[in-house]
Design a protein around this ligand. Structure first.
Ligand SMILES: Nc1ncnc2c1ncn2[C@@H]1O[C@H](COP(=O)(O)OP(=O)(O)OP(=O)(O)O)[C@@H](O)[C@H]1O
Ligand SMILES: [Mg+2]
Length: 346
């Protein structure tokens, strides 16, 4: 099937018009005169040429106008199409071209809509998660305060401990708001890393020392391997301290009594690989892909009692990625987990 170009269409119509005109005029002619071949041919040729030129011009004008209208509509929706494709080429099948461009535009649009819907869902989930997470401490604080107001304040046995519990709930909320603030800053790149050269082994020792008491409560042994080495990295020490703290706290919270957490360093060409390994409860394979998502928890019921809201690892990942480095996890349920990330050598 031949393509429908303006040229092609004009040619066919002009051919038909030329034929009709020469036939008509020949019929009129032969009523009074004998048939004249030259007359018929010249009528055909002149009608053909004139109508061809006229039709070509007319069709081009018409298509041009319609074509521009389509582009204008598409452009007014602020979806960019190639500017040069607005010109009508008389040798080209414009309808196929329009179809192609509209399909292209439609595909782009769909991708954009999918992206926006994804973002919308993300935002809805995020708000839902925040309110859900805040409810727990708010309700417990409310409960303690109500009990105190309803007479508990005078009861020496509970007044102090209830106030302490309410304070714990408030601290929990402050922690969560701080975490959310940190995440939003990291996500919008509002955090400026203060990179400098420092000894990562020393920092790991300091973090472990600060968590010694917490680890003791669960009889978990914290151990920095290669502890006498000096390994300098180029990173933001306060942020990396937070990474080590979050990972170590997790290893204690989800660790087993009498277990251990160790930290190890490996020299990789330009980077240092840092591995934090525990002998805790481990994480089932199906949870690993979503582990670094904000608010994601493996055991939702249990973590809630521990006060975890699933933000720690999201922060860790953001910090490592802000350093243009990567973090990974390997874990076996019942045996333990190993989180490893890299940092640039100083
Ligand atoms: N070392 C680990 N061993 C076993 N499970 C872990 C370990 N680290 C993290 N998890 C699981 O991954 C989930 C997400 O961890 P994350 O640190 O992001 O949140 P959280 O500890 O629940 O709360 P938050 O750190 O915000 O107080 C945890 O709830 C826990 O189920
Ligand atoms: Mg945590």
């Amino acid at each position: 099937m031949s393509v429908l170009t303006p040229k092609n269409l004009s040619f066919r119509l002009a051919l038909a018009l030329g034929g009709l005109c020469s036939l008509g005029s020949s019929l009129i002619w032969i009523i009074n005169n004998p048939f004249n071949f030259t007359f018929s041919v010249s009528i055909f040729i002149s009608t053909f040429i004139l109508s061809y030129l006229f039709l070509l011009w007319g069709i081009k004008q018409y298509v041009d106008k319609q074509f521009k209208l389509i582009y204008k509509t598409i452009h007014s929706l602020k979806i960019g199409l190639k500017k040069d494709s607005q010109k009508v080429d008389i040798e080209e099948d414009i309808f196929v071209k329009i179809r192609k461009e509209v399909i292209e535009w439609d595909i782009n649009n769909r991708a954009e809509i999918d992206r926006l819907q994804e973002q919308e869902k993300f935002r809805r989930d995020f708000i839902g998660n925040i309110s859900h997470e805040l409810k727990t401490p708010i309700f417990s604080i409310q409960g303690y305060i109500l009990t105190l107001l309803e007479g508990g304040l005078e009861d020496e046995r509970i007044n102090r401990s209830f106030l302490q519990k309410a304070e714990k709930g408030i601290n929990r909320m402050i922690e969560m708001v701080d975490d959310l603030d940190e995440i939003s800053k990291l996500e919008s790149n509002r955090i400026e890393l203060k990179k400098q050269s420092f000894d990562i082994v020393k920092l790991a020792r300091e973090v472990f020392e600060s968590l010694e008491d917490k680890a003791k409560e669960k009889q978990i042994n914290l151990k920095v391997l290669q502890e006498d080495k000096v390994i300098n990295v180029n990173a933001d020490p306060s942020k990396i301290s937070q990474v080590l703290t979050n990972l170590t706290v997790n290893s204690i919270n989800y660790g087993t009594v009498g277990g251990s957490t160790s930290i190890k360093f490996f020299d990789l060409h330009d980077n240092i690989l840092i591995e934090i390994k525990d002998t805790g409860k481990g994480i089932a394979e199906e949870h690993l892909p979503r582990l670094f998502e904000r608010f994601y928890r493996v055991d939702k019921g249990r973590s809630r009692a521990d006060g975890g809201s699933g933000l720690g690892l999201a922060i860790v990942k953001h910090i490592i990625e802000a350093h243009q480095q990567t973090i990974n996890v390997r874990s076996t349920e019942g045996k333990g987990s190993m989180f490893s990330f890299t940092l640039k050598k100083a």
